[in-house]
Design a protein around this ligand. Sequence first.
Ligand code: ARG
Length: 588
Amino acid sequence: PMEEDNPGHVKYQLSKLLKVSLDTVAPELNLEPLVTICPAKFPGDYQCNNAMSAWKLIKGTRPEFRSPNAVGQAIKDNVPASEMIESCTVAGAGFVNIFLSSKWVAQSIQKMLTKGIKIWAPKLQVTTAVVDFSSPNIAKEMHVGHLRSTIIGDTLARMLEFSNVKVLRRNHVGDWGTQFGMLIEYLFDEFPNWEDLGEQAIGDLQAFYKSSKQRFDDDPVFKERAQKAVVLLQGGEDKYRKAWTKICEISRREFNQVYQRLAVDLEEKGESFYNPYISEVLASLSNQGLIEDSEGARVIFIEGKNIPLIVVKSDGGFNYASTDLSALWYRLNEEKADWIIYVTDVGQSLHFDMFFSAAKRAGWLPAGENLYPKTSHVGFGLVLGDDGKRFRTRSSEVVRLVDLLDEAKTRSKAALVERGKATEWTAEELEQTAEAVGYGAVKYADLKNNRLTNYTFNFDQMLSDKGNTAVYLLYAHARICSIIRKSGKDIEELKKTGIIVLDHADERVLGLHLLQFAEIVEDACTNLLPNTLCEYLYNLSENFTRFYTNCQVVGSAEETSRLLLSEATAVVMRKCFFLLGITPVYKI
Ligand code: ARG
């Protein structure tokens, strides 16, 4: 038999049925179905909202449609019979309220349980996406802004991967630029035997950066050497190239520690990678007449912006924008990406806006909105401390990411020890759970907010087991697993033989919510908003709690069905955790 197309996607399946109806009612309009989850003030599960706009278009030629309501009636009457729809009603200005068949909902969940949640993966219009995220700068601090980029970018990559998009996870590290002149000269001065040094011998690179900057500012002779060093490095001089490699390696080690802890997979293609392409890319833009001279620099003017995009500085050097243009060229032409996503703080919005516009002028990207290939800037707000200001340590230093993760783990471990887990569990279990909970808490606290808003970093809040936190959700999931375990039933066997029935109102609400998973992941991807998935996950656990409070599971006549519904909830929760980069725990 043919594989069913997008089986778990209610909106998609309903749209197919409604398309048939709309083409019967008004073939001349060739309408796209408008299907949404039914707003609370209407009865029903889903709603079709085409009637009003359709009526406006056809009332002149089709007098039989006296009102939008009449169009709604016609739409309702022409929906093909389907096992997914129980009934439809028409309300007000032609809103068609759709009641799904509980039996169909239950069967869809069962299909997911036996075939795996991959059958609920949404289908996107994209084949290959680049997610450019994390992207710290060599020798400079990897700060909480980079933590946000790492967490948000990883989640977006995971959701796209789940949706069967090929994702190129790119770490666009700042490994090129004038700061390397001073770093290299400082290395030569302070570590004459730098070539033989182990990577740790130089110590804290941030401090290294600071003191080299200090010398650069204070010592004019050093400054001159540093400036010459940049030229030598960019000219490919061996010794300078080696020193640069050394410095990059030390930074890379530090970055990788963070990625490892967060279980984030990334491929480094730093700014230096695109450097060889810049001249040619700029030459072709120049041939198109897009690049002009302005006050000694070479620039691209963008309509509607009063400052141009500088692509060659007045000293002849390339910059952030020329690198980004070349990287975009590479991603479009060499990597054949059709969606390129950049995750940085909103402070960089103008930069992205400008160089995306330049790419449109060059004809690299289609001129309209939302046409592929496309680029998206995923901006995010600040991380604040309890004082409402930028998050800093008490001595107003930039917070080191590793310290932050250490503290999250220490605190979650302490909470587990307090609950007696040190004696109840093996040391390894304690360690793993502390990590899962601690790092999960940091990630979730970030992801649950709309990324554009600033949020306050607060350990007590994020590690609380009450409210919308990772801890609460991880525990909710572990509790479901323990309910199933303690029932003594073989859940794999039940999946094969048992049947889900959604008779109780709270069972039905839970079942319907489960079935909305595909739509939600799709929305989160298309809008690039991971908080959509967090909200879904939190509501899922609330719906489960209501179900579990009001419906007896173990020992009831409905035990099999309810165990299966619990299992489906656990499966979907786990997938949400996975997509959010959070490791589930099974014991609490
Ligand atoms: N290195 C930059 C920073 O730390 C972020 C790079 C983002 N990616 C890009 N292609 N511009 O702010």
